[in-house]
Design a protein around this ligand. Structure first.
Ligand code: NAP
Length: 462
């Protein structure tokens, strides 16, 4: 095969891979087609990588094979982490992706220096700065989520000015290098400044806002890869990076809305301050608790039940028992649906993934806005290991750190039942007034065991 034919074949393969990426994203947007989306995305990535290996520019395979072995050695164990550790694993993936983009940009600069054309220098500069800041920012995000670093926001007076000055310094260095690419000593300074900015960007952000930060870092990593595609003249990298960057950006906007964070705040990294409620110490309040038998008889006599799952269901791995509960109630003629909050659990789509794993019909999983319309006509709202996403303080208490966050309006149902182990707070670390309402019954226990007992009392299979 002539080199021209090989190049044409590679280009066609890249087009096929790009189509695969687009279809993967489309299919990933619905639980029904998500598995297909994952498979097609994996195949498209594999095809693009293999096609690149046939590029005539690839002169030597030794280092590629060594890199593949090291990459697989890190990637395979990373893929096996528990579901609850996926957010920090994702942050690490972004860190590695951004680091590789930055390193390739750095190599491109040193190969071409000191005669780097202006446009190429601008591309390399932006790509390396975004890649470097995403690398350190993602490492800090992973460290916070793994609780190696403190989850609380670390702030000081004038922080935004300092951070923005560091970013401005990085941008000024890019401009200087565009006009003087021969100032090679400035290049590592620019990289260092960008690395420091990544740390400054994420350190002031509290753990509760990390999901938004991670999807934003995902977006940065994607844009950095797209810029690298321009530098390397790789169309497939431009397409894949742009898709990654745009989808991460859209997800960040959706999550900002779900967590009531303004997008400007996210961009400037000035959010996530954990304020303590302005109210004084709470007076002792009592709650009503109930047994699995009580819960079973209330559920059996209901005609409409909404189940709201949260992080506790994930920790307890109770999804299969929840499926049994769904079956037992449906058999008794009870209309059971699930209310899914966009940030329930610890990663976007966490509840959908778990409930899909337990084969709960997709049409029974209703999004927050939909389920909120149903709750006033609901007999029982059964909350399984969810807390913050049901906290009515978000609607009423202006001093609450989660004030303004849209929640699932479980308090509008006729009866509320909450399965959790204790009165401990959820992720945001705040009390939930829902538990003290007259209509609320606390079902204290591990989610899996408690649901299992209810199913037994309902005469189900547990
Ligand atoms: P949450 O507010 O963290 O509350 C989870 C509750 O589950 C806790 O109050 C805990 O109470 C209970 N629990 C823990 N283990 C349990 C077990 N084995 N059995 C029964 N209950 C158990 O969870 P959420 O309502 O799902 O809200 C999610 C929170 O995480 C939000 O604040 C969100 O902003 C944040 N966040 C979301 C994401 C995302 O992308 N989805 C990522 C990071 C953070 P006990 O200890 O008393 O049992």
């Amino acid at each position: 095969m002539t080199p021209i034919m090989t190049q044409q074949l590679i280009d066609f393969t890249y087009i096929a891979a790009a189509i695969g990426f687009i279809l993967a994203l489309k299919w990933l947007s619905s639980p029904v087609s998500a598995m297909r989306g994952v498979l097609v995305g994996e195949i498209a990535s594999g095809v693009a990588v293999v096609a690149t290996l046939f590029d005539p520019q690839v002169g030597e395979y030794k280092w590629i094979i060594i890199a593949l072995i090291i990459g697989a050695g890190v990637g395979v164990p990373l893929g096996m982490v528990k579901m609850t550790a996926v957010p920090q694993r994702t942050a690490l993936s972004h860190a590695f992706g951004a680091m590789s983009a930055a390193l390739i940009g750095i190599a491109e600069y040193y190969v071409a220096a000191p005669n780097v054309p202006k446009f190429e220098m601008a591309e390399i500069g932006l790509e390396v700065v975004i890649g470097s800041l995403t690398f350190t920012g993602s490492l800090i995000a992973a460290g916070k989520l793994q609780e190696i670093l403190p989850q609380r926001p670390i702030t000081y007076k004038g922080q935004n000015y300092v951070s923005l000055s560091i970013l401005a310094a990085a941008l000024v260095l890019i401009v200087i290098l565009v006009f003087h690419p021969d100032f090679t000593y400035l290049f590592p300074v620019m990289v260092g400044v960008a690395l420091v900015f990544g740390i400054m960007l994420v350190t002031p952000i509290g753990g509760a806002d990390m999901p938004t930060v991670i999807s934003l870092l995902n977006s940065y990593a994607g844009f950095s890869a797209a810029l690298l595609g321009f530098v390397l003249n790789s169309k497939v990298l431009v397409v894949a990076g742009a898709l990654d960057g745009a989808s991460g950006f859209i997800l960040s906007v959706i999550m900002c809305k779900a967590m009531n964070r303004s997008f400007t705040n996210v961009l400037f990294g000035a959010f996530g301050q954990m304020q303590t409620s302005a109210k004084g110490p709470q007076e002792e309040r009592t709650v009503r608790s109930a047994t699995p038998e009580d819960a079973a008889s209330i559920l059996a006599s209901a005609s409409k039940v909404v189940i709201v799952p949260g992080y506790g269901m994930a920790v307890a791995q109770a999804q299969h028992k929840v499926r049994e509960l769904f079956d037992a109630l449906t058999k008794k003629g009870v209309d059971v649906t699930f209310g899914i909050h966009p940030v329930a659990g610890r990663m976007p789509g966490h509840m959908n993934v778990l409930l899909a794993e337990a084969d709960i019909p997709y049409d029974k999983l209703l999004e927050m806005d939909h389920i909120n319309g149903d709750l006033p006509q609901t007999d029982v709202a059964l909350i399984i290991g969810a807390n913050d996403v049901t906290n009515p303080a978000a609607r009423t208490d202006t001093s609450s750190p989660i004030y303004g966050m849209p929640i699932i309006d479980v308090d509008k149902a006729r009866t509320v039942m909450v399965i959790k182990r204790s009165m401990a707070a959820g992720f945001a670390g705040i009390d939930n007034p829902l538990y003290y309402l007259d209509k609320t019954l606390m079902l204290f226990g591990d989610a899996k065991n408690f649901v299992s007992s209810i199913v037994k009392d309902l005469g189900g299979s547990s």
